[in-house]
Write a protein that binds this ligand. Structure first.
Ligand code: PLP
Length: 413
């Protein structure tokens, strides 16, 4: 029977795994092995011919298992399952989100090339772009959420980058403000300047569930799998997915950087994918209740949540076009300054004070002094990362309990 008609959530327990190859084990074992025995020298030769691209695959031929830096069953099955959510041709998993992102940046940019990227981006990405890429002689052009696609196009034409524009890196919704960038429009503008330009979207904030950048014209999508995909705050991992051609380049560089995830990480993520949709839907439903509660609270100045965007605004239109749900990340401005924000954070009991996001437990943090402490104060203010901003990642607890915890903590402010 073909499994084509089943939804990804139905296939997360079985896709790509054959129990008969593993003593009938219903769950994929951990293939904790560095290398794989060939049945014959001829077989070993054939595998290497494919691995090194020395010849095309014969009909029905698959690359056999060689060595765990190149392939391993836990990673291959995980990659096949991740492909289902984004309808991607191929996927590569990495030992962290940062290694996924830096591998893409390194593969598609060479000295003299130009990178266009959105602001704000994840702190680690920001550092890699502004320090490491600069050192490599790569020109980087950042744009901000308040610039229209036309203005960004104008800026690129003034810079005269032409076919030097090799890569676009977009993070939307932006962390921590939830501002949205138009993936399709920015991609179109970049490809007008250089049709070969690769468009990559960091989709960590929307998980593989609520936004599908490949359908909006992106060539690659990257994830910190540490967040929603892992979802239990017990593993660091990353993934890149996309079309066949750019993925072949990503996979090849991963082989030579050797920054693939290990089998144990792969196994943990296989476990996590089985409940991905359940977890994310519960998180999103909780977040909607929390956001509404905060929005009416007298000690709260304003709430940034995709579910509270005003109809008719440009951001709401973009939300409708790009996202299928408002997610589980809520930020709000508490009335007051850092002192009031800290009082609130210190008074939480059920919610924990920690960075990271997308996990089963709810977390709270203070972007200006924590995740975004490395951003220049001026820039921070321009992005709306003020002293009184608090970021919440909503988990799977009972919504009423979260609201009661938040309510009590606000009382003490
Ligand atoms: C956490 C995060 C990363 C980095 O991922 P790691 O797994 O911590 O290396 C990249 N992008 C976004 C949006 C993130 O939230």
């Amino acid at each position: 029977m073909s499994e084509k008609k089943f939804s990804p959530e139905s296939l997360m327990m079985s896709h790509g795994y054959k129990p008969s190859l593993s003593e009938g084990a219903i769950k994929c074992p951990i293939f904790q092995t560095s290398t794989f025995a060939f049945k014959s020298a001829e077989e070993g030769k054939a595998y290497f011919e494919l691995a090194y691209g020395l010849r095309e695959k014969n009909e029905n031929e698959e690359l056999g298992l060689i060595y765990s830096r190149i392939n391993n069953p836990d990673l291959e099955i995980l990659e096949n399952r991740l492909c289902l959510w984004d309808e991607a041709d191929d996927c590569c998993v990495f030992e962290s989100g940062m290694s996924a992102i830096s591998t893409v940046l390194l593969e598609f940019l060479a000295p003299g090339d130009v990178l266009l990227y959105s602001n704000p981006v994840y702190g680690g990405t920001d550092h890699f772009i502004k320090h490491f890429l600069l050192k490599m002689g790569i020109k980087t052009i950042g744009f901000h959420p308040w610039q229209t696609p036309e203005e960004i196009g104008e800026m690129l034409r003034e810079e005269n980058c032409g076919d030097k524009l090799k890569l676009v890196h977009i993070e939307t919704p932006a962390n921590p403000t939830n501002t949205l960038t138009d993936i399709e429009e920015i991609g179109r503008i970049a490809k007008q300047i250089n049709p070969e330009c690769v468009v990559c979207v960091d989709n960590t904030y929307m998980g593989p569930l609520w936004q599908h950048p490949l359908k909006l014209g992106a060539d690659l999508v990257v994830y910190s799998a540490t967040k929603y995909i892992g979802g239990h705050s017990d593993v660091i991992a990353g993934a890149v997915l996309g079309h066949k051609e750019p993925m072949l380049r990503v996979r090849t560089l991963r082989t030579f950087l050797g920054n693939m995830a290990g089998p144990w990480t792969g196994w943990l993520l296989l476990r996590s994918l089985e409940t991905l949709k359940l977890r994310m839907e519960q998180q999103c439903s909780n977040a909607q209740e929390v956001a509404q509660f905060l929005n009416k609270h007298p000690k709260v100045e304003s709430v940034n949540y995709l579910g509270l965007l005003e109809e008719g605004t440009q951001q709401h239109k973009l939300y409708k076009k790009q996202c299928s749900a408002p997610g589980a990340m809520v930020t709000f401005n508490i009335k007051g300054k850092e002192k009031e924000a800290f009082r609130f954070l210190n008074a939480l009991s059920l919610m924990k004070l920690a960075v990271s996001l997308g996990s089963t437990e709810s977390l709270a943090q203070h972007p200006a002094s924590m995740t975004h402490a490395g951003v220049l104060p001026d820039e921070r203010l321009k992005m709306g990362i003020t002293e009184n901003l608090v970021r919440l990642s909503i988990g799977v607890e009972k919504a009423d309990d979260l609201i009661s915890d938040i309510g009590d903590a606000l009382k003490g402010v």
